[in-house]
Structures are given as C-alpha cells and as structure tokens.
Design a binder for this molecule. Structure first.
Ligand code: SF4
Length: 188
C-alpha cells in the first residue's frame, strides 16, 4: 500500500550519503535516533515500534525532527541482531493487532541497506512500514519494494518552486520515484 501525503510538516551528493556503518564483512550498525515502542494506530493499523534513523538530505524549513541533522548529538548504533531483539519484545502485540515495525527518521531511505537486512531477520508476520519523502536514488527504494508492506510518502508540495523553497532541494527525483513506486503497490 502506498499512501501519499502532501505536507510541509513533518550535503553530500545523495547517492553517497548513508546513515549506517559497515564494519568488516557482514557487520552493519544502524545509526538510530530513537526506538519508540507501543505506538497505537499512529503509523498505520495496530501497534507499532517506530525505528527513527539519523540523517536527511532535505532541509525543510519547519523540520519536526531537527535533531536528525545535528552532528553534535551523541550517536547510538545498533547491530541488526540487537535491533531485532528489541523489536521481538512486542511480537505478540504486533501479531494480535496487525501492527509491526515503522521505519522513520530523518530519512530512512538513507539506511535502506540496513533496513533490508532487518527485514530479512524480522518475523514475516510483522507489518513493515516506512515513512519517507522519497528523496533518494531509485535503487534504494527498489531495494525495499519487496520488504515493505506500506509506504507513507510525504511529498511536501507539488509545485517545484515551492518545494525547493521549502525543502532546500529540487524535486526532480521525487515524482519519478513516486511514479515508479506506484506501479508496484496499491494507491490509497
Ligand atoms: S524530510 Fe527531513 S528535513 Fe524534512 S521534516 Fe522530515 S526530517 Fe525534517
């Protein structure tokens, strides 16, 4: 399912930016701002745990999560196993309410590779959702197409000039990404 929201709430080249660490072969650490358990019906149906990642390529004027840009904030790193272990504490809750994991941020697509690995380890009965601006290279979005059940897309604005004024970047990749993604999911 793909839900599109046009809202204004809420630099390195984008294809180089990433917000996880790869330490040696097969060891990844996610750079995570917060893990917010026991959320009810705030990120899709059922109960969920929000996993919010650091970093965002946009600079929205009224950024609701400014801390994701703050390089001085003390960083917390989670291994894949550590994160899945935390998520597993709410296994019954997820399964009985139809909820699961919500990947947010910041911009979680900067951590697409890490999220892809989390999804491989996560219980297949947990819902997987993502909250994103779709401001990322298509390869990262495509990597998660098979992993994520529901996408909450915040488009900011449909007028290019206003988008740029508000988000600090051109919207050149956002609508093509949305068009590509919409071919893979049901729209709501
Ligand atoms: S997209 Fe990024 S800059 Fe914009 S509100 Fe969200 S976190 Fe802040």
């Amino acid at each position: 399912m793909l839900l599109v929201v046009i809202s204004m709430g809420c630099n390195p080249p984008r294809h180089l930016l990433k917000c996880y660490l790869q330490i040696g072969k097969g060891i990844m650490l996610g750079e995570i701002m917060t893990i917010f358990r026991l959320r009810m019906a705030s990120d899709g149906a059922g109960g969920s745990t929000l996993v919010a990642f650091y970093g965002c390529p946009l600079q929205c004027r009224y950024c609701a999560n400014w801390i994701c840009h703050d390089e001085d904030t003390e960083r917390k790193y989670y291994s894949l196993e550590n994160l899945v272990s935390i998520l597993s504490q709410d296994d019954i809750y997820f399964k009985t309410t139809g909820g699961g994991i919500v990947f947010g941020g910041g911009e979680p697509l900067l951590s697409a590779e890490f999220i892809h690995e989390v999804c491989k380890l996560a219980d297949p009965l947990w819902k997987r959702r993502i909250e994103t601006s779709l401001y990322a290279d298509w390869e990262r979005i495509n990597l998660l197409v098979g992993d994520v059940d529901e996408w909450f897309v915040d488009i900011k604005d449909l007028q290019p000039k206003i988008y740029t004024q508000y988000a600090g970047k051109d919207d050149d990749i956002v609508l093509p990404n949305l068009k590509n993604a919409s071919g893979r999911y049901e729209f709501e």
